[in-house]
Design a protein around this ligand. Structure first.
Ligand code: DHB
Ligand code: MG
Length: 226
């Protein structure tokens, strides 16, 4: 099976299952125009995240990696009107564009972007005694994913759902000697989950491999147990 076919199938799905959404089209166009990397979730995957947050009844969401705010808007739309979403972004230029996009989406009242290295922002949220989040989406730089996950656990309660993106990396996670630090980050992430499984178990987790317009990758779903 080829990339071309995976992309065709994503278009097939979008044309049938997703509502036309000029605002989200504009968000992607503005992101491309501003030179942001084309690494936002696909529409079908973004809608999956939105539906998962709703299935879970999430009232508070933490996102790592705002980029242009595409996934942020999809997740923000899953929240009730008194919900809250905190999104962490390293790049001030990305954060500024995301803020404008979120404003246009009418979600500025629900969403706060914190600019800076995510590990610093996470430490600050933990130190402030921030209420635990219902739903956490880790989609920032891949090298630090294990550390992000550990911090996410500190901002969780039993029942929190933590989804981590890009965990398969074209299959590179099975290459123990991969020279790609991002693949190594995702290997360490899986080792961390494997160690947790041996107890005292804090999460139950699984990883699902995916193909689509963005190639071959995957995500991990973790449910915080304690
Ligand atoms: C990259 C990052 C992502 O979050 C993603 O979904 C795909 C690719 C990247 O940095 O290459
Ligand atoms: Mg991603």
């Amino acid at each position: 099976m080829s990339q071309e076919r995976w992309s065709e199938v994503d278009v097939f799905i979008e044309e049938r299952l997703l509502d036309p959404d000029p605002l989200l089209d504009e968000v992607l166009a503005a992101s491309a125009q501003a030179g942001l990397p084309a690494i936002a979730l696909t529409p079908a995957h973004a809608r999956y995240m939105h539906l998962l947050a709703r299935v879970h009844g999430a009232r508070s969401i933490l996102e790592l990696g705002t980029l242009g705010g595409y996934s942020t808007i999809w997740l923000g739309r899953a929240l009730p009107s008194d919900g809250r979403l905190v999104s962490l972004e390293l790049n001030p230029r990305y954060a500024e564009l995301a803020s404008a996009n979120i404003e246009r989406a009418g979600l500025a009242g629900l969403i706060k972007i914190i600019v800076g290295p995510a590990l610093d922002s996470l430490r600050a949220l933990i130190a402030e005694g921030t209420d635990p989040f219902d739903f956490i989406f880790i989609d920032a730089d891949k090298e630090n994913t294990p550390e992000y996950f550990q911090s996410a656990l500190e901002l969780s309660r039993p029942g929190t759902v933590i989804v981590t993106d890009n965990v398969v990396r074209d299959g590179a996670i099975v290459d123990a000697d991969s020279q790609d630090p991002r693949a190594q980050g995702m290997r360490r992430f899986h080792e961390l989950l494997g160690a947790d499984r041996l107890g005292p178990r804090r999460v139950s987790a699984t990883t699902i491999q995916t193909v689509g317009a963005k190639g071959y990758d995957g995500f991990t779903l973790a449910l915080v147990e304690r």
